[in-house]
Design a protein around this ligand. Structure first.
Ligand code: SF4
Length: 445
């Protein structure tokens, strides 16, 4: 829970000297609570107060980075239990397994299959971000496999092997990629912590119970490693869900510092469909990193779509810029359709226009990311806003006719839009799925 202005004020010197740039300590405290200033602006704050304030400002779940450069992934830094309370910030990082015991050519083929698991949906790139190399064979084999994976993928790496010698050999090969080391257990904690510390890598810790996990977290932090990822050891879906919920609640509601880190979870073996269901459950609650065997595009598209929905800020719908978009290679005689800038609406319309094979223009009106009927009801998609959008996008210079097709659901706008724009208004289908038939039969007919 964030400190209020009054909580902060109680810790300040209360001399109102003004050296921080505001006239009173109370005003400074209020600014600090709103994150409009920083504590170092007050030269008189005591070390004790500094410690208390900095501790309170630390995120309840630490942000952990796996990988380096443009392809690094981040997990953690979440602040709420439920998405509707605010938003979830860091989408669950998806890792797909590759087996170190595979012959090199098969390992490379597997890695290339994983690399291809990147898709585009509603204008956003979504995909897998990590390759999880599972241990197999001796240290030399595991290290060689890590090197092969790194040479064939830009994704971040998760190295999964409880054998400290094998882990050390593999990390040595790929240390610059800052892999996640999985896992330190009570038995190997000292060695794994040393490897993580020497190579500045994040470290996953695993125990069989939550009590043991909390103790291991404190032990490893005591060894100087503070970039941790928590594995409760559960693989059964019901137990995973219970553990994930308890860990998240303990971190956020109780400020239980041993659990103030993102988690890593694993899907259990089962049918491909079961794996998708497990993965989707773990994305929703509350995996920071999810490791799975799933490698089929249909599996990943389902999981990634769920992730995209869950990690979209509920107060900021996914939207695209207003303006004139083209589908195919439209010309001066091509139809002009209009819709709103809610991405799901636009990309549905775009897909249906594409399916018609009639090159077209789509005029996107800024409705603050709301769908057609919502925008109409809130007066964001009106005769005036559409007429203004026609002018602003320069549609008159692109087409020689003066006809615009509006969604059938807002047919009521046609008279006013005709008056406001001077364009002939054609009422399109109520559902986007009717666009191909409409364009082929009504527009071209
Ligand atoms: Fe108060 Fe510190 Fe600001 Fe002085 S500098 S007014 S003591 S907060």
């Amino acid at each position: 829970m964030a400190l209020t202005g009054l909580d902060i004020y109680k810790l300040l010197p209360k001399t109102n000297c003004g050296e921080c740039g505001v006239p009173t300590c109370l005003a400074f405290a209020m600014k600090l609570a709103q994150k409009q200033t920083s504590l170092d602006k007050c030269p008189h704050v005591t070390d004790q107060a500094k410690e208390a304030l900095e501790g309170a400002a630390a995120p309840p779940i630490k942000l952990i980075t796996v990988g380096a450069g443009d392809t690094k992934v981040e997990a953690g830094n979440e602040t709420v239990l439920f998405r509707h309370e605010e938003t979830f910030y860091h989408p669950t990082a998806l890792a797909v397994t590759a087996d170190a015991s595979l012959p090199e050519d098969q390992l490379i083929a597997r890695v290339k299959q994983i690399n291809a698991l990147v898709f585009e949906r509603v204008g956003q790139k979504i995909g897998v971000g990590l390759v999880a190399l599972k241990g197999g064979g001796d240290a030399a084999r595991f290290a060689a496999a890590a090197k092969t994976v790194a040479a064939n993928s830009d994704f971040g790496l998760v190295l999964i092997n409880d054998n400290a010698a094998a882990m050390e050999a593999a990390v040595k090969e790929v240390a610059a990629r800052k892999p996640l080391i999985h896992a330190a257990t009570d038995a190997n904690a000292a060695d794994m912590a040393r490897i993580a510390k020497e190579n500045s890598c994040p470290l996953a810790i695993r125990a069989d119970t939550l009590e043991a996990l909390a103790a291991l977290s404190q032990k490893v932090q005591g060894l100087g490693v503070t970039d941790l990822v928590l594995d409760s050891g559960a693989r059964d879906p019901a137990k995973v869900l219970a553990d994930q919920t308890l860990i998240r609640r303990a971190a956020l509601r109780k400020k239980f510092r041993p659990f103030g880190f993102p988690t890593i979870v694993f899907t259990a073996s089962g049918s491909p469909e079961e794996e998708v269901m497990q993965a989707t459950e773990y994305v929703a609650k509350y995996a920071g990193i999810l490791v799975m065997d799933a490698v089929e595009p249909w599996q990943l598209i389902a999981i990634l779509t769920a992730r995209q929905n869950i990690f979209t800020d509920p107060q900021k719908p996914i939207q695209l810029d207003a303006g004139l978009y083209q589908v195919g290679e439209p010309n001066a005689g091509s139809p002009v359709l209009t819709t709103t800038n809610f991405s799901l609406t636009y990309f549905t319309v775009e897909g249906d226009v594409e399916a018609s094979r009639v090159p077209s223009w789509i005029l996107v009106v800024d409705t603050e990311g709301t769908s057609v009927l919502t925008a109409w009801a809130s007066e964001k998609f009106t005769a005036d806003t559409i007429a203004a959008a026609i002018k602003k996008a320069g549609v008159e210079e692109k087409v020689s006719h003066r006809k615009i097709i509006i969604p059938g659901g807002v047919a009521v706008l046609s008279g006013k839009l005709q008056d406001a724009s001077g364009w002939q208004v054609l009422v399109g289908p109520r559902e986007s799925s009717g666009i191909p038939t409409y364009l082929k039969s009504t527009w071209q007919g």
